[in-house]
Design a protein. Structure first.
Lengths: 280, 151
């Protein structure tokens, strides 16, 4: 598996960060328009659930439609993600890129984005139990970019994305993203409480009111501390996959390098006329 | 993985050069590739090909690999599109099968109908479970404090 041909996951994440810094408006808007509304509604949902304090009878029934609606809102992010992939593809290739036109294009291809998004989501949930289905998420994330770049049909782009040897880099990206989210969560969760504690200890400031909001045991702040890094890392993850796909394209000009290598290996075994001396 | 040169028979080695001017799996002898001097060693991914012959003309040496099927093609059998080598059947197939961009998503309709409700259901269950957990945890805390922690 030619994983060494690709940049490592930390390099990709760092490139994604610089890409974000270079195009903050377009990447930020297209990236966050999808996930930020869901995150905001999720916070309200958590607050409602927390204020309920018990989960029987009418409270349970009241939460059910809210949960159904929230699950629906979650899927609104995927057209934006496809639009971001389209916009990235145009920008990287040097073609004139417009985020509005990319969004229009993504709306036109709504079934594709929903399909990839659903597979990605199932991959996340199943992968958190069985690990293996994470590959589905990696494949679906690459498929967004492949579909945006090529003229392939949605199903072909998805199928062909499994042939890109990015599983190793994708797994690395997953680990790096997890660590980044955890670090972001810990910093965001603990920093205000530490600052308030310091203010109380040093200048005897009255921080009781603020501690109820920003304290370590404040559920809203815990939820915010978790969601903000998650949204940011999700954005970096998307951009990093776009850059990974660009690497693959530059390397092979769209050809199936891995398939060709395997074919040559096979021919070496059967015909003996071709010497494939690599990966040593 | 890093592809590398075989130290023997330097002139006989054939590269699969991925950079201009031989963009896209052009099989060329080492000494003919003009991008070695400035692009350097890392730009090449040697497959160690001793010799390749055209898939349709076994007596002719191949000049490249088709970007789509990977088959070796001779000069006559190859067509360069934007500098990238295609064999004739693949080129024809590409031209014939290139779908209208507006309708490319139709192939996703079936899988979307299958997977979206499934993902929706899983997501709903997770959100509902989250609400349940958030509501139950304080109640459990109260229960533990009142039954086990109070003297």
């Amino acid at each position: 598996m030619p994983r060494g041909l690709f940049p490592s996951a930390p390099v990709l994440v760092s490139r994604a960060w610089w890409f974000l810094c270079e195009y903050p408006v377009q990447v930020g808007v297209l990236g966050l328009m999808g996930s930020a509304p869901f995150a905001a509604l999720l916070l309200f949902y958590v607050r409602e659930a927390e204020e309920g304090h018990y989960f029987t009878g009418s409270v349970s029934e009241a939460m059910r439609p809210v949960a159904l609606g929230l699950a629906g809102v979650y899927f609104a992010r995927f057209p934006f993600r496809l639009a971001l992939a389209r916009w990235m593809a145009q920008t990287v290739s040097g073609a004139p890129a417009s985020s509005v036109r990319a969004l229009g294009w993504a709306v036109l291809h709504l079934p594709t984005s929903l399909f990839y998004g659903a597979v990605s989501t199932l991959g996340w949930f199943l992968g958190s139990v069985l690990i293996v289905p994470f590959s589905l998420s990696i494949q679906a994330n690459l498929a967004f970019h492949r579909f945006a770049v090529t003229r392939e049909t949605a199903w072909t782009a998805f199928r062909e994305s499994s042939r890109i040897p990015a599983g190793g880099v994708g797994s690395q990206l997953l680990a790096v993203s997890g660590v980044l989210t955890l670090c972001g969560f810990l910093i965001l969760w603990m920093a205000p409480a530490a600052a308030l504690g310091l203010a109380e200890w040093t200048v005897k400031a009255d921080v009781v009111g603020l501690q109820q909001v920003f304290g370590l045991r404040s559920p809203p702040w815990i939820a915010i501390s978790f969601l903000f890094p998650l949204i940011g890392v999700d954005l970096l993850w998307t951009v990093a996959f776009g850059l990974l796909h660009v690497e693959w394209q530059n390397l092979t000009q769209g050809a199936d390098l891995l398939g060709d290598l395997r074919k040559l290996e096979k021919e070496e075994r059967t015909a003996g006329g071709i010497v494939a001396s690599y990966n040593k | 993985m890093r592809l590398h040169f075989d130290d023997e028979d330097e002139d006989e080695r054939i590269l699969v050069c991925l950079r201009p001017p031989y963009r896209g799996f052009a099989v060329i002898p080492v000494h003919k590739c003009t991008c070695t001097s400035d692009q350097g060693y890392e730009q090449f991914y040697l497959m160690g090909l001793a010799q390749l012959y055209c898939k349709d003309h076994p007596d002719r040496a191949g000049i490249g690999l088709c970007v789509a099927c990977g088959a070796t093609v001779c000069d006559e059998c190859s067509t360069r599109v934007d500098g990238v080598i295609h064999c004739k059947p693949c080129l024809l197939r590409t031209v014939r099968q290139a779908p209208a961009s507006r309708w490319r998503s139709w192939s996703a309709m079936g899988p979307a109908i299958l997977f979206v409700p499934l993902a929706y259901a899983v997501l709903f269950l997770c959100l509902y479970g989250l609400a349940f957990l958030i509501a139950v945890i304080p109640k459990m805390q109260d229960f533990v404090e009142s039954n086990f922690l109070t003297p």
